[in-house]
Structure formats: C-alpha cells, structure tokens
Design a protein around this ligand. Structure first.
Ligand SMILES: [Zn+2]
Length: 415
C-alpha cells in the first residue's frame, strides 16, 4: 500500500511555467515575472520567479516574452457545423460526416486558444460523442458543455424547414405543449446533454421564420426550464425578438442567446433575474460577406441586414446597463478558429478590453457553474491557459492569433 502511494507521488507530472506576466482576470492586474507549478492537470502553486522553489525533476516551460491568461471560453458554438455548408447544402451532410467535421473543428478551436466551449445545438448527439472522445483523450479539443439537439416548435427556428411536406422532415427535438417539451428535455438528458437549448423566437438562418416573433408560449418555456432545473442543468434560449427574450428571462433561463432586439424593460429584466446575455456580434460580417457562397438563403441574408446592426446597438446598451455578459460567437456559422476576432468588436461596441476578456473567462465559468475550476489562473483550478506576446489590455487583437495554448497542463499548441 505504502509502496504504491510513493510510486504514485513520484509519477505526478510536474511542469513549471515561467512567463513575463500573468493577467488576473478578476482584477485586471498584471503580475510580473510569474512562476507557476502545474501538477498533472491542475495549478498547484503560483509565485514569483526566484522566490518560489522549483520542485526537483519538474519540466520547465519557458514562456519568456509572453503574458499568461486563462484559457478562453466561447459560450455559443456549433462545433460540428461547417461554415461553408449552409442552407440546402446541409441536407447532404450525414450525422457521421458532421461528427468527423466536429473532430477537425475541435482541434482548430483549441489551437485558437479556446480551452472550453458550450455547444448549443448539434444533430444527433454528435457534440456529446465529441465531448466524450476529447475527455477520454482520443482526439484533441476544448472541454465541451453540450446541449445535444435544441428544442423547438413545429416549423420554428429549431425545426428542419427546408423540405416540402411530403418528406415529413422534422427535427427529433421538436415538441409542442408543456408535457411534450418536458419529454424532450428528458430525452436530451438521457443521451448525455449538459444543458438544454431551445428556440424562443424565429432566427436568421432558418427558412420561413420571422426573426422577431416569439416561438413557444410562456407556459412551454416555464416547463422547459423547470424540467431542466429539476435535473440540475441550465437552459440557454435562442431569442432575437423582444417579447421572446422577456418570456425566456421570466421562465428563468441562464442565458439568452443573440438577444438582438433589447428594449429597456428586457435589459431591466435581465439584470433583475441575473440572466446572462450571450451576444454573437462578430458573425454578421461573415454572413453578409461570405454567406451567399456558403449557401445561406436570400431571406436569411435579408434578415441579417436588419438584425446585425440592431444587435450591436443592443450590445452597447446592455454593456452600459451592466447586464451580465459572456463571450459567445456562433462559431460554425463563420469558420471555427476565428472566434478571437470577436474581442475587438466587443471593445468597439462598448466593452473595455478587460470586460471582453472577463466575458470569455471568469463570466463564462460562472455561467457554467464552474468558477471553482475554470475561468482564471488560480491555485487548484484546471491548468488551462494561453500565452500571448504582449499585454492584451493594451492590444486586444493579440487574442486573434494565440501562439501558446495549454490545456490540462499539457501544451496543445506552441509557435
Ligand atoms: Zn447558434
């Protein structure tokens, strides 16, 4: 017994990391000349170079010239979607093909500095399978919090609306009525979902939906949230239109996705309920620039022309009002790996660089209920971090091309 205990200790994987600076995302303070001791996949100790003793036999990771930040977190991703495949092109993609696309996207996302994502919608349970494969070490990728198949009304944004009636095509998570939606929540949990996503309003990229119109009644939304909460998981609601946003907040969702048409009351409600807004303000540039080539429908481009600028205006007002916000990009609509491009837009539309970084780190971790393990570089937390050559508080664009990525104490990307 004692012998095995000793050999286990001797096998602990110790890495010492030194860098020029470390960003405390909670305070915005830069610690100069930090020295970190990583043990297996956790941060064991943080000190100053020359003061903290280096354990014997430790591996050294010298990141001189770099600033350390916690691994970035994107709270709205479609990891199994391909940005070049929209609209009718998507009908030719099988579930196995989608899953393999997800494997490639997971690596790209991790190498962009995103060590955690929340996946809010995938076919089948491709996102759940990918999460499990990453956790087992079969393929590289970020930590995934997966929703499985999003719930929606018949003909709504989360249904499949491309084919005519005779094909009887329908998303397997379409449900109408309070008990029907509860059954789909239970189905998603049965197949491994970490959270529930549902569509509270129409959307930009779906055929035949009005982006501003509410889908699901208050009663149905209440049932979804109550059922998910009973099972100890949270709910993310896709909502562009004002009334749908308000109904979702009143139902008690953890986050409102997109949140495009905010009025003063919606902002007030979000503050009262502590709801996170999860606003994807970068992808409008991709949709309007590249979307047509990728197969995005003309009606969707028309909707985006209205929604894109409204959403950015809503974002500015929500920031000013002090609503809780997370970094969310809708990657998969635009190419995975470009997630970091949204930081500069968040700053342009009203956040300080620190607020934008907090949205992608400590706020995201708190949304997930994982602030004890993720979201900042602190003793005891997972050793998920990135390093960039400079101070991102002075130059936020440093987060667009991240040279160093560490996940679970292992280097996932080096220059
Ligand atoms: Zn989405």
């Amino acid at each position: 017994m004692l012998v095995s205990a000793i050999s286990l200790t001797a096998q602990a994987d110790i890495t010492v990391v030194k860098a020029d600076a470390l960003l405390d995302v909670k305070t915005g303070k830069l610690q100069q000349k930090p020295l970190l001791i990583l043990e297996d996949n956790r941060i064991r100790d943080i000190g100053e170079q020359g003061k903290l003793a280096i354990p014997e036999g430790a591996k050294l990771l010298d990141l001189s010239g770099q600033t350390l930040l916690p691994g970035l977190m994107d709270m709205h991703v479609h990891i199994t979607s391909d940005a070049a495949v929209h609209g009718y092109k998507g009908l030719a993609v099988s579930l196995p093909a989608e899953t393999i696309t997800g494997v490639a996207n997971a690596k790209t996302t991790l190498e962009a500095g995103f060590t955690t994502i929340r996946n809010v919608g995938a076919s089948g349970y491709s996102d759940v399978a990918l999460r499990d494969a990453i956790n087992k070490g079969e393929v590289p990728g970020p930590r995934i919090f997966a929703s499985g198949i999003p719930l929606g009304i018949t003909g709504g944004h989360c249904d499949n609306n491309l084919l005519p009636y005779e094909y009887q095509d329908k998303s397997p998570a379409v449900a109408d009525g309070p008990w029907a939606v509860r059954e789909k929540v239970r189905m998603n949990i049965k197949y491994g979902a970490d959270l529930i996503k549902y569509c509270a309003t129409g959307g930009v990229l779906s055929k035949g939906t009005k982006v501003g119109a509410q889908q699901y009644s208050q009663e149905e939304m209440n049932a979804i949230v109550e059922e998910a909460n009973l099972r100890g998981i949270h709910v993310a609601a896709h909502a562009h239109g004002t009334e749908g946003i308000k109904a979702a907040i009143k139902a008690g969702v953890r986050s409102v996705e997109h949140a495009s048409f905010l009025d003063d009351e919606a902002i007030k409600l979000a503050k009262q309920h502590g709801t996170y807004l999860s606003m994807d303000i970068y992808n409008t540039e991709y949709i309007l620039g590249e979307g047509e080539k990728a197969g995005i429908l003309e009606e969707s481009l028309d909707k985006e022309r209205v929604v894109g600028s409204k959403q950015r205006d809503s974002f500015s007002r929500a920031v000013k009002a002090g609503v809780k916000m997370v970094f969310s990009t809708d990657a998969g609509v635009y190419p995975h790996g470009d997630n970091g491009k949204q930081f500069s837009r968040m700053v342009r539309f009203g956040m300080t660089p620190l607020q934008a970084i907090q949205a992608a780190t400590i706020n995201a971790a708190t949304l997930l209920g994982k602030e004890g393990e993720l979201g900042s570089i602190e003793t005891g937390k997972f050793a998920d971090m990135i390093a960039v050559p400079g101070n991102p508080l002075q130059d936020i664009s440093l987060l667009e091309t991240v040279p160093w990525v560490i996940k679970d104490g292992n280097v996932a990307k080096r220059p």
